[in-house]
Design a protein around this ligand. Structure first.
Ligand code: 1AG
Length: 135
């Protein structure tokens, strides 16, 4: 059983976020605001259902899924696209493939050195975010 990702996590680093947003087609003005944000990640698990909240002073984004069960995702407030998303464990990494208009889209989450790591990818861009546990 992989280590739990659950908890409240605050961003400590965010590498290549701008290029990732450009790959998603996010406009300049929104990118400039988004780049300054310190995101908070709240991950909860009830039974086999996960709820992942990304919280900021600008916008919030919440979605929910069961592992290995495809779901319709609407990335409301992000790039506002519809995807068919599938989350599964890949060793100790929780990974998601987001099938839709954008090629090679998805993310991976894992714990390393007590930090929550997130790699977001779209087309040829990879954004790497690291979060530390709150409290
Ligand atoms: C996600 O995480 C994405 C969560 O699915 C948000 C992270 C980065 C933002 C993504 C794209 C940027 C698009 C538009 C910028 C607009 C707003 C700024 C960001 C606001 C954040 C709510 C997956 C993973 C699942 O955590 O566990």
């Amino acid at each position: 059983m992989p280590v739990s990702l659950c908890g409240t996590w605050d961003m400590v680093s965010n590498v290549n976020f701008e290029e990732f947003m450009i790959a998603l087609g996010i406009g300049l003005y929104t990118r400039k605001i988004a780049l300054k944000l310190k995101l908070r990640k709240v991950i909860e698990q009830v039974g086999d259902r996960y709820v992942v909240k990304t919280i900021s002073t600008f916008r919030n984004y919440t979605f929910s899924f069961r592992v290995n069960e495809e779901f319709q995702e609407f990335t409301k407030g992000l790039d506002d696209r519809h995807c068919k998303s599938l989350v599964d464990w890949e060793g100790n990494k929780l990974m998601c493939i987001q099938k839709g208009e954008k090629k090679n889209r998805g993310w991976r989450h894992w714990i390393e050195d007590d930090k929550l790591h997130l790699e977001l990818h779209c087309e040829d861009q990879i954004c790497k975010q690291v979060f530390k546990r709150v409290i």
